[in-house]
Design a protein around this ligand. Structure first.
Ligand code: PLP
Length: 358
């Protein structure tokens, strides 16, 4: 029997990382992960039931995801050569860093933003450069371009709308950056369906633009399907390192079914957007709460008391949200996903109670 010290074998840059962590207590109401709280539409369940018996699960899935790409290409009016399917859009973020960055090089993203940009970079030995957002959670192109000059990043990542602040950055400023920056610009539009604002039309004018979308936020988080729209040349480089069967058969077939019956999801998205407005309004009426404007399916808010205490009290009341108070720019901030009307009511009542008694 050999007793090897495994810690000595692990790369230092991996040892220093912390695994991406999401509190996932078993609460009745889960508003912490920006999922869609609505269960699948009954018509979709019926379609899935029918399809499951026809799946050839003894065979590998289509490595090219041909049928799924056909549907996405039609919906977005792009060619299938411009599409790449990921096991969630997370995987595509990682593939992009692998394709475009050598260890020691940099990527740049606004801060605060989605934690995975930094985590993926560090895991690959790439330097994450965080560019501080202003008080409105936005930025000016000139200042960003100066930071670019200083750090020479290979990729810029913009979460649009931005997680966790919820807003879409000023598109005019992003365009200015696109025009002048000579590296790759990734517009991560995971929350596109709630904002309906996109850089897709800009793809024809900018050869360095990549757009990422996800099915996770609109009701299919469990399927793990994300896709990228990129110049065909970028897609073929990604395909050289993408694992051949990264998208499984169930995910491909079910997401084809959903995307070809998108009206069933669209109804839920419509209610979530309405509920976002209502939640935002109501949050503003609770003493001690400042809610930030959101274009996504979640709202960032600041509490006049310790956010970890609010988090705990909400969890005791059966409601899980995300406590972001550990981030230096997000002291006493929490993020709540817009749920179904009943869930939102429970959240508002419980939060109102917590703010009154503390
Ligand atoms: C901005 C952003 N991009 C990407 C993702 C990852 O999405 P997926 O589930 O498709 O990997 C998330 C998930 O929270 C996100 O907030």
């Amino acid at each position: 029997m050999s007793q090897i010290n495994l810690q000595e074998l692990v790369k230092d840059r991996i040892k220093s990382l912390k695994a991406y962590h999401v509190d996932n207590f078993d609460t009745e109401i889960k508003l912490h992960a920006n999922e869609n709280s609505y269960p699948l539409a009954p018509d979709l369940i019926e379609v899935f039931r029918d399809q499951i018996g026809k799946l050839t699960l003894n065979r590998y899935p289509d490595p090219e995801c041909g049928a799924l790409k056909d549907i996405i290409a039609k919906r977005l009016n792009v060619s299938t050569e411009q599409l790449v399917i990921g096991n969630g859009s997370d995987e595509l973020l990682q593939l992009l860093v692998q394709v475009f960055c050598d260890p020691g090089e940099a990527i740049l993203f606004p801060d605060p933003t989605f934690a995975m940009y930094g985590l993926i970079a560090r895991g690959l030995g790439v330097k994450p450069v965080a560019f501080p957002l202003n008080e409105e959670w936005d930025f000016e192109a000139e200042t960003l371009l100066q930071t670019i000059e200083e750090h020479n990043p290979r990729i810029l990542f913009f979460s649009y709308p931005n997680n966790p602040t919820g807003n879409c950055f000023n598109p005019g400023e992003i365009l200015k950056v696109l025009e002048r920056y000579e590296g790759l610009v990734v517009l991560d539009e995971a929350y596109y369906d709630f904002a309906k604002s996109t850089f897709l039309p800009e793809m024809a004018r900018h050869s360095n633009l990549v757009i990422l979308r996800s099915l996770s936020k609109i009701g299919l988080a469990g399927l793990r399907v994300g896709y990228g729209v990129a110049p065909a040349a970028v897609v073929s480089e990604i395909n050289k390192i993408r694992l051949p069967y990264n998208s499984n058969m169930v995910s491909q077939v079910f997401s084809e079914a959903v995307l070809s019956r998108f009206h069933l999801v669209e109804e839920q998205i419509g209610v979530i957007i309405e509920e976002r407005h209502r939640l935002q309004d109501q949050l503003g009426k609770i003493p001690g709460i400042t809610a930030f404007r959101s274009d996504a399916n979640f709202i960032l808010f600041r509490t006049a008391i310790d956010s970890s205490r609010v988090f705990q009290k909400l969890a005791q009341g059966g409601i899980l949200v995300r406590d972001l108070g550990g981030h230096p720019r997000l002291k006493n901030c929490l993020r709540v996903t817009v749920g179904m009307p009943g869930e939102n009511n429970r959240f508002l009542e419980t939060l109102g109670g917590v703010m009154q008694t503390d």
